[in-house]
Design a protein around this ligand. Structure first.
Ligand SMILES: CC(C)(COP(=O)(O)OP(=O)(O)OC[C@H]1O[C@@H](n2cnc3c(N)ncnc32)[C@H](O)[C@@H]1OP(=O)(O)O)[C@@H](O)C(=O)NCCC(=O)NCCS
Length: 336
């Protein structure tokens, strides 16, 4: 699949294959240096390129040198497409390479009406570049687990607007989040979502982890000492209080971990309150994130991290505004 860029005929865009593993890794290594980025790892890139759920695109010059790459990946768990892993070599920036890669990716993505599309952007340039192609809304940030050049940085989460959602969008029965008005005004309205309050599934935590401890599956990133808490494996009669008790055990075992992040279904206020009391902050509201039996349910991203500074890379205004709004919502939840 070769595609000549009309405005910049000096490069072509094609699908990435196993023969690009070293080119992709080198692109990331040259730019990021001391970084926790997984694309510095040859094995990670190999797995990513051969993964049937990831599509890679490479921008190449006539000399066959790779000047840029990007990937999109599908997560069957919540039927989502993520724009990720973009890198353009220094000398070829601002010449439309990312734009061409994005257009090729969008053309190749078999997005269905039930799918959710999102991106995690590390700076204002990446966010603006993406928003030039995807009509999206920023919903918060990730709490800064990752590092570039030895410094942590916040990345913002942006979700594509739902044009005419064909799924049932369920809001939590509790009005804890909606009471602030912020969600309607800044997130749900702009995203084109007008859900109705409904009972949520029993699940408390979203995601699958490969590790297991205290009833939880979790993922670990040793490079940055980060833990991502995922689904709790309980019996059929496990209550939210049981999960919270396991959570406190898990947290006491990981009390010196630099970053702990978790995505929690937005109606699980006992769990969320316990996390806020344990030093977590709400960093993003993720509307329609959890998919179950044809319906979508809202989630909240919570993170707890060390006190060192983290770059905001030109996204300061967005990040500060979300922190203020989510801090107020957190205070409201703590007071109930
Ligand atoms: C962010 C990055 C991928 C953009 O790639 P690029 O090929 O330079 O982007 P493009 O030339 O296609 O430009 C896309 C848009 O961003 C704008 N843009 C790009 N670089 C810019 C800069 N330094 N300052 C201001 N605007 C910029 C372009 O003007 C263009 O806007 P337009 O669509 O309104 O014309 C590139 O800077 C990069 O590789 N950075 C390091 C890695 C990184 O941050 N990756 C993103 C991970 S989320």
């Amino acid at each position: 699949m070769k595609q000549e860029s009309a405005s910049h005929p000096q490069f072509t865009i094609r699908r990435g294959t196993v023969s690009d593993i070293d080119r992709i890794r080198s692109l990331f290594e040259r730019e990021y240096g001391e970084s926790s980025h997984p694309c510095l790892n040859e094995r990670y890139v190999r797995n990513a390129v051969v993964n049937k759920s990831e599509l890679w695109f490479v921008a190449e010059q006539k000399t066959e040198a790779a000047i840029g790459c990007m990937s999109v990946s599908y997560n069957a768990q919540n039927r989502s497409w993520e724009f990720g892993r973009a890198m353009i070599s220094q000398h070829h920036r601002k010449t439309g390479v990312l734009g061409s890669l994005m257009r090729s990716a969008i053309d190749a993505m078999p997005v269905s009406e039930h799918d959710l599309v999102f991106a995690i952007a590390r700076n204002d340039i990446a966010l603006r570049a993406m928003q030039g192609h995807i009509d999206s809304v920023v919903v918060g940030h990730d709490g800064a687990p990752n590092m570039v050049h030895g410094v942590h940085e916040h990345h913002v989460v942006a979700m594509e607007r739902f044009r005419s959602p064909k799924f049932r969008h369920c809001l939590p029965l509790s009005s804890a989040f909606r009471d602030s008005g912020f969600l309607d005004r800044e997130i749900l309205g702009p995203l084109g979502l007008a859900g109705t309050p409904e009972q949520y599934p029993d699940t408390c935590f979203w995601g699958h982890g490969d590790d297991y401890s205290d009833g939880f599956t979790f993922r670990r990133d040793n490079l940055v000492d980060a833990v991502y808490l995922c689904q709790h494996i309980g019996g059929p009669f496990t209550t939210e209080r049981d999960v919270t008790a396991d959570l406190l055990r898990f947290l006491s075992r990981h009390c010196v971990t630099t970053y702990i992040g978790a995505i929690v279904l937005a109606d699980k206020l006992t769990v969320i309150k316990a996390m806020l009391e344990a030093g977590f902050h709400i960093t993003a509201y993720l509307p329609a994130w959890h998919w179950s039996r044809g319906a979508r349910y809202d989630c909240v991203l919570l993170a707890r991290r060390g006190r060192d500074c983290a770059n905001k890379n030109g996204l300061d205004a967005d990040i500060d505004a979300f922190d203020t709004a989510y801090r107020d919502i957190g205070k409201h939840i703590l007071a109930t």
